[in-house]
Design a protein around this ligand. Structure first.
Ligand code: PNS
Length: 162
């Protein structure tokens, strides 16, 4: 059984993330979306809120082979705990490459058994990031079509109050 982990801060989960997740769900028998419980990154949404938005998205999209969870510490340890041998990441522009290259090098150093696969973002999502969503939302712009519809209201209200 091929098991993959799709890790990230997901602050918040965007339709770009969803696009990657759907591709991964097509390729793997089982995919775990792993939300980093990263107080160091000062996320806008709490870990529980991010997990809940992902849970709702998985349910709305009827992704039957996708699970979700929170993790602290090293990604390779989380991957081992769910028997995953693949890490899944998305790539948008060339600027993502340097960052991903470093993460991959560290993970390979830590664990020889885990490999990373990358899905290119669709051109329609190449500009999209969680940071952009937060900035647009804070200044009252529309985030429609940038985040899963089931979470749009929650994200909009939350950002408007910031
Ligand atoms: O969505 P992000 O913030 O780009 O995701 C980064 C993530 C979660 C993949 C990375 O920070 C991570 O794996 N953190 C856990 C700690 C770890 O394993 N570090 C070694 C690899 S950098």
């Amino acid at each position: 059984m091929k098991i993959g982990v799709y890790p990230g801060s997901f602050d918040p989960f965007t339709i770009g993330h969803l696009d990657v997740l759907k591709s991964a769900a097509d390729l793997f028998d089982l995919v775990y979306v792993a939300v980093l419980n990263n107080s160091g990154k000062n996320p806008v949404f709490t870990a529980q809120e991010r997990v809940e938005m992902i849970r709702k998205t998985i349910e709305a999209e009827q992704l039957g082979n996708v699970r979700y969870g929170l993790f602290d510490g090293l990604l390779v340890d989380y991957a081992a705990s769910v028997n995953a041998t693949f890490i899944i990441r998305g790539l948008r522009a060339i600027t993502d490459f340097e960052y991903e290259f470093q993460i991959d090098a560290v993970n390979r150093h830590l664990s020889e058994g885990v490999r990373t696969v990358y899905f290119m973002a669709s051109p329609a999502h190449s500009f999209l990031s969680s940071s952009n969503v937060k900035e647009i939302g804070r200044y009252g712009g529309t985030i429609e079509g940038l985040v899963p519809a089931c979470n749009e209201y929650f994200i909009r209200e939350r950002l408007a109050r910031q």
